[in-house]
Design a protein around this ligand. Structure first.
Ligand code: SF4
Ligand code: SF4
Length: 408
């Protein structure tokens, strides 16, 4: 296993981290036996970083998997969701529940979950930065960070607002300019922060059904690699990357990723190989319906539409010929309560035209959003915001109940 050191914390972490977001399931439930075997296998083969979140609803399960001496072999990362918290004192109640979940006295890497413009504003209102300071002083967390889903400017604003130890960003060869992107990665790396990467395979898009035009590009490479290996090697090639989180749930993928993690040294791809990855990226972009690069210059939208995310979900449906119902469900879940608790769907566009004035690609954004709402919106999108809100209220109630149980 290859390890990379975080300048700020001194921790040496395996370049492959186990993302516990997509653990194996059986009959619709997490298969605890298989998940335990998989995670412990990865740890036995050098992985020393496990990432989860309160919102993944599996912290207790991860806590059980890390019993029998495994807790001491890894750094635990988890996240606190600002969207579920209304008052500053609920932050503290929530972390106590999380510590209980893991049956541990401290969390190694603790994050504000999924920061975007609204969740960042809300975190500031909740005084979450003082909360992080306090938790560090009390030894309940070792390192403070955040996971991120906004644009580049917001990313830099957040980086400059606090003495962060690390951040978790989306990064893969197709999304090099999307969200924080390469620019954000390098901005944070220059401060000595740990840089954790999520979605190296773009949720499986870059490794699942590969368009034949892209496969033709991989087939001409002098060294034969799987699409997963190209994607992972491309991320690991950047020396600023500390650890790549992969949501693994198949034994063969774990073994393959462990091997790639050995070999994917910084700057190990040749110029010719990087050109090939660039060719694959260009081909994917050609296959996209919208041509949106995710640069976020069109944001914010006064009507609350998350324009890049709407266009990206729509593109994924077409490039990767995804299942339409699944794409609609992802669209509904991802955009259902994004903008200050309101849906950020394409259909909310009021045709003010501001986004088109700002788009460097000169895209007909309003027309594209009409196409997106026509294909992506339906019954699921109508009921999703209400269902998500009910779930949040229920979950908050359960956290409150558990936080009020005296600690023994
Ligand atoms: S045209 Fe629509 S999507 Fe674009 S900024 Fe105006 S309301 Fe938002
Ligand atoms: S619509 Fe244009 S400005 Fe907005 S993210 Fe896409 S490419 Fe960038």
């Amino acid at each position: 296993m290859q390890y990379r050191k975080i300048e700020k914390t001194g921790d040496e972490l395996s370049v492959l981290g186990f993302g516990a977001m997509r653990l194996p399931t059986r009959n619709g439930r997490t298969d605890e036996k298989r998940a335990t075997e998989q995670i412990r296998y990865a740890i036995d083969h050098g992985v020393n970083f496990i990432d989860t979140a309160l919102a993944y609803m599996n912290e207790q399960l991860v806590g059980r998997i890390l019993s029998d001496g495994y807790r001491e072999k890894v750094k635990i990362a988890t996240k606190i969701p600002a969207w579920k918290v209304d008052k500053p004192d609920e932050l503290e109640k929530t972390i106590h529940v999380q510590l209980d979940n893991f049956n541990t006295s401290y969390i190694d890497y603790y994050m504000l979950h999924g920061l975007t413009e609204p969740t960042w504003k809300k975190s500031l209102k909740l005084d979450a930065l003082s909360f992080l300071d306090r938790m560090k002083t009390e030894g309940k967390i070792k390192n403070a960070g955040f996971s991120f889903h906004g644009g580049k400017d917001l990313f830099k604003e957040i980086i400059d607002a606090y003495d962060w130890d690390f951040c978790l960003i989306q990064y893969n060869y197709l999304d090099e300019e999307y969200q924080a992107g390469r620019e954000g990665l390098e901005y944070a790396a220059a401060k000595g922060m740990g840089i954790f990467i999520m979605e190296p395979f773009r949720g499986g898009n870059l490794t699942g059904k590969i368009p034949s035009e892209v496969q033709d590009i991989w087939d001409k490479a002098p060294v034969k690699r799987t699409p997963a290996e190209w994607a992972l090697r491309w991320v690991l090639n950047h020396p600023g990357v500390t650890c790549v989180l992969s949501g693994m749930n198949e034994e063969e993928h774990i073994k393959e990723n462990l091997r790639i993690a050995e070999e994917g040294l910084p700057h190990s791809l040749t110029g010719e190989e990087l050109e090939l990855v660039g060719e694959a990226r260009d081909k994917y972009r050609e296959l996209m319906k919208t041509g949106c690069t995710g640069c976020q210059y069109c944001m914010p939208c006064p009507a609350g539409v998350d324009i890049p995310r709407c266009l990206q979900t729509y593109d994924s449906l077409h490039i990767f010929q995804e299942n339409k119902i699944r794409s609609q469900a992802e669209y509904a879940l991802g955009l259902g309560i994004l903008h200050e608790g309101q849906a950020a769907y394409a259909s909310k566009c009021v045709k003010c035209g501001k986004c088109e004035e700002r788009c460097p690609q000169e895209l007909p954004v309003m027309e594209l959003l009409d196409d997106v709402s026509g294909e992506m919106e339906g019954v699921i999108t109508k009921i999703a915001p209400a269902l998500i809100r009910v779930w949040i209220v229920f979950d908050r109630f359960m956290i409150g109940r558990r936080a009020n149980v005296p600690h023994g």
